[in-house]
Design a protein around this ligand. Structure first.
Ligand SMILES: Cc1cc2nc3c(=O)[nH]c(=O)nc-3n(C[C@H](O)[C@H](O)[C@H](O)COP(=O)(O)OP(=O)(O)OC[C@H]3O[C@@H](n4cnc5c(N)ncnc54)[C@H](O)[C@@H]3O)c2cc1C
Length: 287
């Protein structure tokens, strides 16, 4: 099916985009179009006006600056997949990128678009949560920075106002002794996660001083599990410790049974993937 008729706006600057979002009636933002265009073609979305960000070159970046990895609104999944900075220091991002959808979607789809879409099965929100990341939004009243922890509200819903757009995502540059990993269970290549787990640890003298654990596809949003991360802190990494964290994460998960697996199976996979992601994160932290 073809999309219903809509007005297409192509601002060249962020200021122009913000002004359009403020003045148009119920505007919808278009980035990579990998979620929005299919929804429009199925008539699940019928925006009257679309504000297309693709001409705003200033939003196309992936860089380390001011103590953060900064991911601009036009950074595609493939840019993360091919980034040397990411490959060297951001294990969970490097793990997640090639597991998102398929190569065609990764060539156009954006990391920010995935977070904006706020699908509980999306991978990037989980990685952002495990890294204590932030969402930077611009609107008619200026810029605001929202902790990822506060961003996701419900499936496909977040705290962005309709006159706002996300300009970038930020995560702190890893400390010395920091490592992270992302593990994802999916039925076949190209699928969304059945279960995903991001883990991050910081080690000092073989003791965990900070940690983050977050989950994909087992709750109404991407969620972090602070209790599972807290159990690691002050402890020396071990299989038994990872198992305890995995059990806490599994208890915190609220998966639903569906045609791909029962809720019990998914909970068990949270337990298993948490242990695996932690083991990888610790190995990377000590390299
Ligand atoms: C078959 C298939 C499989 C997929 N598998 C996965 C997967 O395994 N993991 C995963 O994470 N994702 C997956 N996706 C989603 C994919 O990652 C999309 O690229 C992503 O969800 C949306 O990014 P986009 O740039 O294409 O956004 P668009 O489709 O352009 O927009 C998506 C939504 O976000 C809003 N939006 C976009 N950019 C901004 C912004 N800067 N500020 C505010 N709002 C904005 C739009 O208005 C729209 O509501 C899959 C998609 C498909 C079709």
């Amino acid at each position: 099916m073809k999309a219903a008729q809509f007005e297409h706006h192509e601002p060249n600057t962020l200021e122009e985009a913000v002004s359009l979002l403020d003045s148009l009636d119920e505007p919808t933002i278009l980035a990579g179009g990998q979620s929005l265009i299919p929804m429009m073609r199925f008539r699940l979305a019928r925006p009257a006006t679309v504000v297309d960000l693709n001409r705003i070159d200033d939003l196309d970046f992936l860089t380390e600056e001011d103590g953060h990895l900064r991911i601009g609104a036009l950074c595609r999944h493939v840019d993360v997949e091919e980034s040397e900075i990411v490959a060297e220091r951001y294990g969970s991002f490097a793990d997640a990128a090639p597991l998102v959808a398929d190569p065609q979607i990764r060539n156009r789809g954006t990391v920010v678009g995935s977070v904006a879409q706020s699908d509980p099965k999306g991978d990037w929100g989980t990685v952002l949560l495990a890294h204590d990341g932030e969402v930077v939004a611009a609107g008619p009243d200026g810029e605001r920075v929202v902790p990822a922890e506060e961003f996701f509200l419900l499936p496909y819903d977040n705290m962005l106002d309709e006159t706002e757009l996300i300009t970038e995502l930020r995560v702190p540059i890893p400390a010395d002794g920091e490592g992270s990993a992302y593990h994802k269970l999916k039925r076949k290549v190209g699928d969304y996660a059945m279960v995903g787990v991001a883990a991050r640890v910081v080690l000092e003298d073989d003791v965990v001083t900070d940690a983050g654990i977050a989950l994909t596809a087992v709750d109404i949003t991407n969620v972090s599990v602070p209790d599972a991360a807290a159990v690691l802190e002050g402890e020396t990494p071990s299989g038994a410790l990872f198992k305890r964290a995995g059990e806490i994460a599994a208890d915190a998960a609220n998966p639903e049974s569906d045609e791909h697996g029962s809720a019990d199976y998914k909970e068990n996979m949270v337990r298993v993937l948490t242990q695996r992601a932690l083991a990888d994160a610790v190995e990377r932290a000590t390299q």
